[in-house]
Design a protein. Sequence first.
Length: 289
Amino acid sequence: MKKLLTFIFMISLACSGPQKSDKPSIAVTILPQKQFVEKLAGNLVDIQVLVPPGASPELYALMPSQMTSLSATLAWIGIGKVGFEEGWVDKIRESNPKLKYFDSSLQADWIAGEEEVHGDHVHLHGIDPHIWSSPAEVRKIARETSNALTEVLPEHQAEFAKNLARFEQEIDQLDTELSQTFAQLPTKKFLIFHPALTYLARDYGLEQVAMEVDGKEPSPRHLKELAEMAKNENIKAIFVQKEFNMENARQMANEIGGQVIQIDPLNENWADELRSIAQKISQAEAIQE
């Protein structure tokens, strides 16, 4: 009898399904934004991240289930010029005309049109979308995110304003820590597979050298040039984001007698990850010495 009651109870739980939250749902594009919204809204909202862990915000395509869940979402707070948004924002808004879309990059100081010389030719790059690698840019994103939350949930305006002030203090503290870490570096150049730290490099006087060119795998000629540069400047570390194939980086590391160091700029724990990246860049300097 006891087993029968237990069986009936388990069946009833299965049939009842997951409990729906009464909180309003806010969608964001990438994982770091989840932390931004949590800092500002606390437990007032449920957060849906459109680009899941391990996926590229340049190439990701929404699942049908995600499109369905967006129909019950109050607002979507975007991150700006990543490929995912440029390819999907119009489709999503057409399918969900009531969904409010906010671009949190409206105040961004974009990096665009940088020249990169390879032998006898020059590559001109478009806008770099990775603004979340910069505390200064995230300060702007936080303000726009707070404005968006206030527009859709005006009854919580005072709380959002208070939380924004607290978050800005945390960002300023992070900026101070990163400035101190990078100020101690004897050299400022680092080698990375995909150029995801452009804004971090700009803010702290670093020089990012990317293996990838225009989103494409490096050519043998480009790899040869990078290897020569790395040997001449005693660069022994190559940074690779976790969502990218590491084979080219491993080959380069073997060529220069260095090592591959994995980073995760799309980590949900945005501030902790930037601290980790700064420490890894600092430690790479020790390897080079």
